[in-house]
Write a protein that binds this ligand. Structure first.
Ligand SMILES: [Zn+2]
Length: 149
C-alpha cells in the first residue's frame, strides 16, 4: 500500500480490527519512509480467510468453532464470560492480522494455545492435550513441565 503522504511504496500494518459495520477491516498503517500513519478500510468479502485442515481440505475460518474450543477448555474454571470473549477476540484479531489468506489449522491451534496459556493454566493444558492428541501420560506430563518452568 502506497503512503498517501510521501508516495513511498512500503508501508507496514500496525493494527487490524473489524470495522464497526463488521463488513470491512480497518487497518492502521505506518510508512517506513516518513513515519506518518494512516488508516485503510478493506472489504472482508475480498479477503476470506481460509483454514487448511490436516487432511488438506479447506474451510472458511469460523469464530464460533474457536469460541467452542475455548469454552470447553475453560469448563468449571474461574474464567468469566467477559474474559472468554476477550480471548476469542484476541485470537480472531491475531488470525486476521496475518496477511496470508490461508492459514494451516495447526497455526490456528498454536495461536489458541498461546492465548490460553496467558488466561488459565488448566484451560491451556486441557486444550493442548486434545489439540496435540497426547498419546500417553508421559507426553502430557512433559508438556505440563514445559509450562510450569
Ligand atoms: Zn510516507
Amino acid at each position: 500500500m502506497k503512503c498517501p503522504y510521501c508516495g513511498h511504496p512500503d508501508t507496514r500494518v500496525i493494527d487490524s480490527r473489524p470495522a464497526e459495520d463488521n463488513n470491512s477491516i480497518r487497518r492502521r498503517r505506518s510508512c517506513d519512509e516518513c513515519g506518518k500513519r494512516f488508516t485503510t478500510y478493506e472489504k472482508v468479502e475480498t479477503i476470506p480467510l481460509i483454514v487448511i485442515k490436516k487432511d488438506n481440505n479447506r474451510e472458511q475460518f469460523d469464530r464460533a468453532k474457536i469460541e467452542l474450543g475455548v469454552l470447553r477448555a475453560c469448563y468449571k474454571r474461574p474464567v468469566s464470560a467477559e474474559q472468554i470473549k476477550k480471548t476469542v477476540d484476541e485470537i480472531e484479531l491475531d488470525v486476521i492480522n496475518r496477511e496470508d489468506k490461508e492459514i494451516p489449522s495447526s497455526k490456528v491451534g498454536e495461536i489458541v494455545m498461546e492465548k490460553l496459556r496467558e488466561l488459565d493454566p488448566v484451560a491451556y493444558v486441557r486444550f493442548a492435550s486434545v489439540y496435540r492428541e497426547f498419546k500417553d501420560v508421559n507426553t502430557f506430563m512433559e508438556e505440563l513441565k514445559k509450562f510450569l518452568k
